[in-house]
Design a protein around this ligand. Structure first.
Ligand code: IMP
Length: 418
């Protein structure tokens, strides 16, 4: 039996347009899996003109027969998960009977949110620019081996015992160090235990379920959140998220071993953006940057913050190809570059004695003919094709998909992946 497992990874700092591509590829798979991150992610899908923003639920959910999994590598905000389910149900999308959430998911508690916000405030102009959703502190508790996991809700007495310990610890920090109000046990139970009955039917052993798919030859899609340069180990530390966002996280984040991944797709925006603080060598603070932001509607799907915009950083992309063993690329938002006279590709960095980075650019001619909504490669303007060919040559892997607009239909598929 042949099955093909696909991975979708963002290649820069997130917001590459993964949601649309996952949604598109979901047509050919049995299940979609989230394996890291939390509701800091924001995946925007547009189907037949209707927009849906997902944060925690895998982007495959809009396909009625697909199963969706949240692996143990995801930190879970239970109220946010249930709110998202409710919103989908209100829109007529059935969720509960095809969702499984790992019993080993760490739970984001109210003290994690309070800590995230207090830590950021104290950092002042050194702040990371987090989404303020408690992601970092929840991963800290996990690694500190004191976190509350979904399975802990099954034993209330033990849960209360553990929570009381944690509250001593975190409230001490909140009150004594950050001067913030303490969090109550009641607030923690209200954000977790109180939803047990609603959650129980969705709780399960994700590793076994995914092993079952493999044995029957069913294809699975692994949906990365954020982007490779936000990876806690390989990203622009400390301006990163708290999880591994690269393909290697699949094994630890949902229990599927590395030999079972067949195709790893990197989603790359035709230019580069970043939300939050941190280095961004190709950032454009001029009219071109503002034009990219406006035309590309570059505002965060989770926080609404404006995204910083710049030229495509191929130098960083080359490292990302390597660290993820990318098979191919999907270029999104090509149409946002329409009408520019010249387009720059960053192929190297020059670092001076003080450690300041200056990008080295290769200039390419732009194109006048719009690429918006173009559905076949041969219809793209010659200069757009040359731009794509140069990216392929510099990265050493093919561009298999090109996205020319937000809708499912506005896509050029050069190679069928599955
Ligand atoms: P955190 O993940 O909330 O701790 O935020 C850490 C950094 O990751 C900040 O710069 C956030 O803006 C960024 N970040 C987290 N999730 C996303 C995402 O889905 N897209 C883009 N940036 C993100």
């Amino acid at each position: 039996m042949t099955n093909k497992n696909l991975v979708v990874i963002g290649t820069h700092w997130g917001d590459e347009g993964k949601g649309k591509i996952v949604d598109l590829l979901t047509e050919s798979v049995t299940a979609v899996v989230r394996f890291q991150g939390g509701h800091n992610a924001g995946h925007t899908l547009v189907v037949e003109g209707k927009k849906t923003v997902l944060h925690l639920i895998p982007s495959g959910i809009l396909h009625p027969n697909v199963r969706c999994f949240i692996g143990n590598g995801v930190v879970l905000s239970i109220p946010d998960l249930l709110k998202e389910i409710q919103e989908l149900e209100n829109a007529g999308v059935a969720v509960r009977d095809r969702m499984m959430i790992s019993l080993d998911c760490p739970i984001i508690m109210p003290y994690h949110v309070a800590l995230d916000q207090s830590v950021e405030q104290r950092r002042g102009n050194q702040k990371i620019g987090t989404t303020g959703r408690g992601i970092g502190p929840a991963y800290e508790d996990k690694v500190g081996r004191r976190g509350i996991r979904l399975r802990d809700l099954l034993d209330k007495e033990q849960l209360v015992f553990k929570l009381e310990e944690l509250l001593h610890h975190h409230n001490f920090m909140l009150e004594q160090y950050y001067g913030a109000p303490p969090v109550t046990l009641q607030a923690c139970l209200a954000a977790s235990y109180d939803f047990l009955a609603e959650l129980t039917p969705m709780m399960g052993d994700v590793l076994s379920a995914l092993a079952g798919f493999r044995k029957t030859g069913a294809s699975v899609l692994f949906e990365g959140a954020q982007g490779a340069l936000l990876d806690i180990d390989h990203g622009t530390y400390p301006f990163v998220t708290s999880s591994n966002t690269t393909a290697g996280a699949i094994s630890s984040g949902c229990g599927v071993g590395p030999r079972y991944l067949d195709y790893i797709l990197g989603i790359t925006k035709a230019y580069t953006t970043r939300v939050g603080e941190g280095p961004f060598p190709t950032e454009l603070k001029d009219d071109v940057g503002r034009r990219l932001a406006e035309k590309g509607h570059e505002f965060g799907a989770t926080t609404g913050r404006p995204r910083r915009c710049g030229w495509l950083d191929v130098h960083a992309l080359q490292r990302v190809v390597e660290m993820n063993s990318l098979t191919g690329l999907c270029i999104t938002k090509l149409d946002v570059l329409d009408g520019l006279k010249e387009i720059a590709l960053c192929t190297d960095y020059e670092v001076d004695a003080a450690g300041d980075t200056t990008p080295v650019y290769e200039m390419m001619p732009g194109w006048e003919t719009p690429t918006e909504s173009v559905k076949s490669f041969s219809e793209l303007p010659e200069n757009a094709r040359a731009y794509l060919a140069r990216i392929e040559a510099l990265c050493g892997i093919p561009i298999d998909i090109i996205s020319t607009g937000p809708d499912r239909s506005e896509t050029i598929i050069k190679r069928t992946l599955i």
